[in-house]
Design a protein around this ligand. Structure first.
Ligand code: THU
Length: 130
């Protein structure tokens, strides 16, 4: 878990959040054990920004990953930074309900670990369309 948290901290340094000044880093482990980081990217047309989790998912998929096996997320300070509702659904696309999501402080200390099922219960996913 520590390698994942470290990667989220490194990714957070790349956050582009001049408007909210809420800097988020995320890291995701794929089915090959590889780690993919991402940060939130805001822009002057505020609603067009995207979350750290989106960046990390993009990196995972572009690297050839197909499954999210573990996630770490951290924002500013010591406050709990869980993935937003939209990101929970985006993670769901590539993750099973038992996937662990570690929410950490900016300094990398674990605050709480959730499963995706806890954060997005009774979810709608790719299986529903098969
Ligand atoms: N943010 C994330 O990157 N991930 C989340 O799950 C929560 C929110 C970002 C979006 C925006 O750039 C900033 O945090 C404030 O909402």
């Amino acid at each position: 878990m520590q390698d994942l948290i470290k990667a989220a901290m490194v990714a957070r340094k790349k956050s582009h959040a001049p408007y909210s000044k809420f800097y988020v880093g995320a890291a995701m482990r794929d089915e090959q054990g590889r780690i993919h980081g991402g940060a939130n990217m805001e822009n002057a047309a505020y609603p067009q920004g995207w979350c750290a989790e989106c960046s990390a998912i993009s990196h995972l998929v572009m690297a050839g990953g197909t499954q999210i096996k573990e996630v770490a997320v951290l924002g500013n300070g010591d406050a709990l930074c869980t993935p937003c509702g939209g990101c929970r659904q985006k993670i769901r696309e590539f993750a099973k309900g038992d996937v662990k999501i570690h929410c950490c402080t900016e300094a990398g200390d674990l605050i709480q670990t959730f499963t995706l099922e806890q954060l997005l219960p009774a979810s709608f996913g790719p299986e529903n369309l098969q």
